[in-house]
Write a protein that binds this ligand. Sequence first.
Ligand code: HEM
Length: 504
Amino acid sequence: MNYTTIFIFFSVFISFYTFVKFGHRKSVVGPRPPPGPYSLPIIGSIFKLGDKPHHSLAALSKTYGPLMSLKLGSTTMTVISSHKTAQEFFLKHDMSFSSRSIPHAATAHNRHEISMVWLPVGDQWRRLRRISKEHLFSVRQLDASQNLRKKKVHELLDYVHGCLESAKPVNVGQTATTTTLNILSNFIFSTDIAQYDSLSSQDFKDLVWGLMEVGGTPNVADFFPVLRPFDPQGLRKQACYYTGKLMAIFDQHISARIEARTKGLVDHGEGSSSKDLTDLLLDISQNEESSISIDDIRSLLFDIFLAGTDTTSSTLEWAMAELIHNPAKMSKARSELNEILGDENESVEESDISRLPYLQAIVKETLRLHPPVTFLVPHKAITDVEIQGYMVRKDSQVLCNLWVMGQDPNVWSNPQRFDPERFLETGIDYKGHDFELIPFGAGRRICPGLPLAHRLLHVMLGSLIYKFEWKIDGGLSPQDMDMSDKFGFTLHKSLPLMAIPVKV
Ligand code: HEM
């Protein structure tokens, strides 16, 4: 069903509801809301969003400024479009904006009541964040599990080598997804969950992709919460299907592990010197003070798979696309790798990252130009907040347009150009302190998986360019490549990158 049909169906109902509920309210005195485009009755400014909201909101911010507000149906959205406003948002008002605006699809199986991604900042959310920081993504845990990632990177290189031998192009995004899924599933369950080129692994990938797709589709029920019971586009129904299937897979793994632990039969797989996350979390749950249940464990593992896979693999695909599109930068990256590592190593390892400044600059530049979580995960105001002389009302949704921040000519010279060198001259980093570059967010809600993502991106990308040269498929020259993006829960390339590996 398209938007027009939906609006015709429901506009009478909504007009009546809106009149009954809000029609007789007194106007509010005090600071005005941030400026924004005109609103049509009922639908507000929904028609302004288009199919690339990061581009259309960027254009609107040129007229209305770095803090603007839009009425979308019966909801209000506040959009931040400059690093200075983001800095004020995170440094002065982080707590007031720390809650989440929950999309209807995220309520499937009541996941929002238990998931770290959607919980408000409170005791349960703090408990899950502390467990993630101290146990799952601590330097000690990540160092202890690095051999398993090394093994998975070697499998990735073997797969690419096979493609090279059979002169087959590599679908870079899909291949990166398989590697990331297996790294996460070994980190979590000590087992592979996806296979390169095999239909048998498609199931799990399809479920993850399906859920991401649903999450990235604009939902009329989010603009008109009164429509939620009707689920007009069936998005929540689809989310229930994918979520249910994924939860059943996690339940199976967790139950098998509980049984193996009771029988004293736990094996964390070849090359691993540490417990996997399932065991770590089951250990924590047995500690009476921890108050984390099996449901919490399943939810945490679910969040890690969902939040960690597409973000990492789409960044890798963009980085490879930019390097193939800019052959001089690719050569420079390979020269650095050869100079620092020699030409005998099997792959780039995590301990090499700090010695590879140009590779680090490439990852930063990719995240500047193509921030995978373009608007951050939507924040929500928990009180009225006065910011820059305007009033952002309680319950407004707040989005941070990272894409337009990465295009700001006052901060970045030639912002459209892929130019990793700019990061060699500044100390700007993405750890949440430099507001010019916050692809992982900042403040309380900053991505807890950042330390793992940092290692994954560098070893996967570094190894692919260290061991192979790359050409674009289809006889295109690098300059003719399509570099346009497609909006979704993560920002993908419009056309998948099909690249041909060549022996170095
Ligand atoms: C949240 C980015 C990889 C787990 C987030 C947020 C962003 C982000 C922007 C929301 C911050 C906010 O709303 O203010 C990224 C990027 C990644 C990446 C760019 C890779 C390139 C990962 C990985 C994991 C992960 C590998 C786990 C293995 C999470 C979780 C949250 C989150 C659980 C929710 C945190 C909360 O709401 O408290 N990430 N992420 N992410 N990320 Fe990541």
